[in-house]
Design a protein around this ligand. Sequence first.
Ligand SMILES: NC(=O)c1ccc[n+]([C@@H]2O[C@H](COP(=O)([O-])OP(=O)(O)OC[C@H]3O[C@@H](n4cnc5c(N)ncnc54)[C@H](OP(=O)(O)O)[C@@H]3O)[C@@H](O)[C@H]2O)c1
Length: 310
Amino acid sequence: MERTVVLITGCSSGIGWHLALRLASDPSRSFKVYATLRDLKAQGPLWEAARARGCHPDCLETLQLDVRDSDSVAVARSRVTEGRVDVLVCNAGRGLLGPLEAHAAGAVSSVLDVNVAGTVRTLQAFLPDMKRRRSGRVLVTGSMGGLMGLPFNAVYCASKFALEGLCESLAVLLPPFGIHVSLIECGPVRTAFQDKLEGGPGGALDGTDAQTRHLFSLYQRHCEQVFREAAQDPEEVTEVFLTALRAPRPALRYFSTERFLPLARLRLDDSSGCSYVAAMQRAVFADEPAEAGAGGPGGPEPGAPPAAPQ
Ligand SMILES: NC(=O)c1ccc[n+]([C@@H]2O[C@H](COP(=O)([O-])OP(=O)(O)OC[C@H]3O[C@@H](n4cnc5c(N)ncnc54)[C@H](OP(=O)(O)O)[C@@H]3O)[C@@H](O)[C@H]2O)c1
């Protein structure tokens, strides 16, 4: 039986790491997994976990692949000994947290480069062969942050919104080539994501005003609560990837959790955006005045112009 060749980006930790292990240790031994990492120095724990799970050595291989570098993507592609990739998983991604004005110049372009251009580069490298073979599956790790704006995540959301447009466009075009594109829309997942945020965890607050800092602390409190109540283990999320991978007619979107769907629906139901914005403001900044100039404990510094929460 010919094995399904899967190549996954971003396997040093988190979802990519767990998905690579899950597929490579599948009892059917029907997958050959190319787990790719930006830096192969980080591959040790993946191999240790693979050995602990009794993963057959022939089912897993690691390759260096930095999605910011098209040469690195091309070299990784050339090292796939089967000469084909049946399932491409574009998973590599990085977050950026904090007030927009506090992001370092390089941080914004770096996150867009990894999350958006990096996904495009990877697709550009693998799609032509899939088209020639008239067969292929593409799974992209999406986010609820790609379906709704979240305060203090503007650039990250912009990058994940971009993936929605990218994948939806390709999903319209590619079925006649036998290629199916699916987004795996994740809510909060317990991974190293928060520790690996561009510019470090916690978000930069340098030079921001007192009201923004106060709102940021409310946001952080809200996030902690959402994570406590709703964060999923990566093992749970990887099963959603498997559902998409095995579907005879894959859908464009799969959701790791239904918890945030009412908010996503609110965006669509009121196309003015007002209902969603109000609901999100209530959820995150519960007790804050919603209009500029209302003051309060997190109000503007004396002498500073009033600023409305975003
Ligand atoms: N965790 C969540 O709550 C959550 C929610 C929704 C969506 N997601 C998405 O899930 C995906 C995986 O994130 P995760 O939660 O598993 O976090 P993670 O543990 O931080 O994994 C992110 C992976 O992407 C890799 N990466 C970063 N820059 C790269 C580059 N230039 N080239 C190749 N790989 C690169 C990281 O490698 P290094 O270690 O080398 O940096 C790491 O392996 C991301 O796309 C993220 O946006 C996560």
